[in-house]
Design a protein around this ligand. Structure first.
Ligand code: UD1
Length: 452
C-alpha cells in the first residue's frame, strides 16, 4: 500500500503536455469504492479473509489504518490483502483517521453488528457536498440501536441486553450507496430478516453482497432496489476478488475519445459501463467489446454535443461527470450537464475555462459550448474526479498544463501517470518548486481546498 502523504512545503504538481496520440492497452485496477467497503466488511468475520485485486491507493491505506487501530491484523502482498479480525480490541474509530476519509464511517455497521456498540466520528462534509449520514443512522435505529450524536461523535449501542441487532424493514428516502452498504453489513449478523427498500443498485453494492455471501451471509436482491438479508450468527473465512474499477475504465475511455486515440482496456465488466458507453456513442465515439472483459475505444474526429444528467445507478454516474465534461468542452454544439447527486460538484468548471473551455454554471447545471481547442494552463484539482478531468483536458490541450492538488488524484487512481506514460502520453510529476523554476509557473492559492 502507498505510504500516507505528509504535509508538504513543496507539494508535487503534474505537468501534462497535450497533443500526443495514445495507443496500447491499459490494465484496470480493482474498484476503489468496492475495496473500501469490502475491507471494512471484513470486520464482520472472526476468521481469515483474503481480498484480491486490492488497488494501491492512499484511501485504501487509510481504511487499513482504521482497521489496525481497532486491533485488526492486516498483511499485504502485492494486490492481496489478508485481514484477520478475530480480535477487535476497540469499538471506537480514531477521529484523526476518520476525518481524512468519509468512507471510514462504514465501520459503524460491522462494529455494531459484531460488538453491540460503536463510536465513530461524524464524517462531516467535503468539497463536493454536505454528505449527511442521516439515512445510515435512521436504519440502524430501526434495527434496534440507540444512537446519540454528541460532540461530533456517533455513539451507537444495541438496545436491550441481547447485544444483537434485530432485522427490520427499512425504506431509504434516497438510494444512498453508503447507507445501503452500512445497513447491509449491519443486517448480516442481525437476528431475523432485514429488508432494505429503495436500496442503491450500484455494482459495488453487489460486490459487497457477493463478498459477504462468500463468508456465509444470506443476502438476496443486491443490484435491485430491494435487498433482503437473513441474519446469520457468524461468518467464515473467504478468498474473494474485487471487481474492476468502472470509473477508472470510463476515464480511459474518455482519454481515447479526447485524444482521438484507439486504446483498449481490461479487465472490465462491460455492463457496469452501459451509461458511459451510451453517452460516448451519442458524442460520436464507438466502444467495442472484445471477449467478455475487454473494451476498445474507436475514436472519431467529429465529436458532437450531448446532455448528461447524473443519477443513481443504472443512471449516469456522478463519478464520471467531470471527465465527460472535459470531453464535451471539445464537442461541437451545446451540451447541458445536470449534477443531481451532489450539490457542489461543478468546481472543475472554472479550471476547464482557464484552459479555454466555454462553460457557464447555473445552479446545478453546466451549459457547455464546444470549442475547437483547449490550451494548457496552470489549474487546481478540486476533488478526485475533477483531477482526472484536468489530466484528460491537459492530454488534449495545446501546450503544457500544470495541475496542483494531486492529493485528490492519489486517493483514487492507481498509477495513473504510469498507465498514461505506457500509452505514450507526455506527463511528469515534479515538485512545485521545480515547475516554478523551469518556466515561471505561478501556483494558484489552493489553501482553501480540503480533501473529499
Ligand atoms: C458513494 C461513493 C461516491 C459516489 C457516490 C454516489 C464510496 C466510497 N463513495 O458515496 O464515490 O460519488 O456514492 O454514487 O462508495 N444522502 C443524504 N442522506 C444520507 C446519505 C446520503 O441525503 O443519509 C445524499 C448525499 O448527500 C448525496 C446523495 O445522497 O447527495 C448520494 O450520496 P451517497 O449515495 O450516500 O454517496 P456516498 O455513499 O457518500
Amino acid at each position: 500500500m502507498p505510504t500516507l502523504p505528509s504535509p508538504d512545503a513543496d507539494p508535487a504538481v503534474l505537468q501534462v503536455w497535450g497533443g500526443s496520440s495514445l495507443q496500447g492497452h491499459v490494465k484496470i485496477s480493482g474498484a476503489k469504492n468496492s475495496a473500501l467497503v469490502l475491507i471494512t466488511a471484513a470486520l464482520l468475520c472472526s476468521e481469515d479473509c483474503r481480498l484480491r485485486n486490492v488497488p494501491s491507493l492512499v484511501d485504501v491505506t487509510r481504511i487499513g489504518q482504521i482497521l489496525v487501530s481497532l486491533g485488526v491484523k492486516l498483511k499485504q502482498q502485492d494486490d492481496i490483502l489478508n485481514i484477520n479480525a478475530s480480535t477487535i480490541s476497540k469499538s471506537k474509530a480514531p477521529y484523526e483517521l476518520v476525518s481524512q476519509l468519509r468512507a471510514s464511517f462504514f465501520a459503524i455497521g460491522p462494529l455494531l453488528a459484531r460488538l453491540g456498540s460503536a463510536c465513530v466520528p461524524l464524517p462531516g462534509g467535503c468539497t463536493i457536498g454536505a454528505r449527511p449520514v442521516a439515512l445510515h443512522v435512521r436504519g440502524l435505529q430501526l434495527m434496534g440501536a440507540d444512537v446519540q450524536i454528541e460532540h461530533g461523535m456517533v455513539n451507537a449501542h444495541v438496545r436491550g441486553n441481547r447485544g444483537r441487532l434485530q432485522g427490520a424493514k427499512i425504506y431509504l428516502d434516497y438510494p444512498s450507496v453508503g447507507a445501503t452498504e452500512t445497513l447491509m453489513m449491519a443486517a448480516t449478523l442481525a437476528q431475523g430478516e432485514t429488508i432494505i427498500e429503495n436500496a442503491a443498485q450500484e455494482p459495488e453494492v453487489v460486490d459487497l453482497a457477493n463478498f459477504c455471501n462468500s463468508m456465509g451471509a444470506k443476502i438476496r436482491g443486491a443490484g435491485t432496489n430491494t435487498i433482503v438479508i437473513s441474519g446469520v450468527s457468524r461468518l467464515h473465512s473467504t478468498d474473494y476478488s474485487i471487481i474492476p474499477d468502472r470509473v477508472e475504465a470510463a476515464t480511459f475511455l474518455v482519454a481515447g475519445a479526447i485524444t482521438y486515440s484507439e486504446i483498449s482496456m481490461s479487465p472490465v465488466v462491460p455492463e457496469h459501463l452501459t451509461a458511459a458507453i451510451a453517452k460516448l456513442q451519442d458524442i460520436g465515439v464507438q466502444v467495442v467489446t472484445e471477449g467478455s472483459d475487454c473494451l476498445r475505444v474507436i475514436p472519431s474526429h467529429n465529436l458532437v454535443a450531448t446532455d448528461i444528467e447524473t443519477l443513481p445507478y443504472p443512471g449516469f454516474p456522478t463519478d464520471m461527470q467531470a471527465q465527460f465534461m472535459a470531453l464535451l468542452a471539445l464537442s461541437e454544439g451545446n451540451s447541458l450537464v445536470s449534477e443531481t447527486v451532489f450539490e457542489n460538484r461543478l468546481r472543475h468548471v472554472p479550471e476547464l475555462n482557464r484552459m479555454g473551455a466555454d462553460i457557464r454554471v447555473k445552479n446545478n447545471h453546466a451549459i457547455i459550448r464546444g470549442v475547437p481547442l483547449l490550451t494548457g494552463a496552470p489549474v487546481v484539482a478540486t476533488d478526485l474526479r475533477a483531477s482526472a478531468a484536468l489530466v484528460l483536458a491537459g492530454l488534449a490541450a495545446q501546450g503544457k498544463t500544470t495541475i496542483q492538488g494531486l492529493h485528490h488524484l492519489d486517493r483514487g487512481y492507481e498509477n495513473l501517470e504510469a498507465k498514461f506514460l505506457g500509452l505514450g502520453a507526455k506527463l511528469e510529476r515534479v515538485p512545485q518548486s521545480v515547475a516554478i523554476a523551469n518556466d515561471a509557473f505561478s501556483p494558484i492559492n489552493s489553501d482553501a481546498l480540503i480533501s473529499s
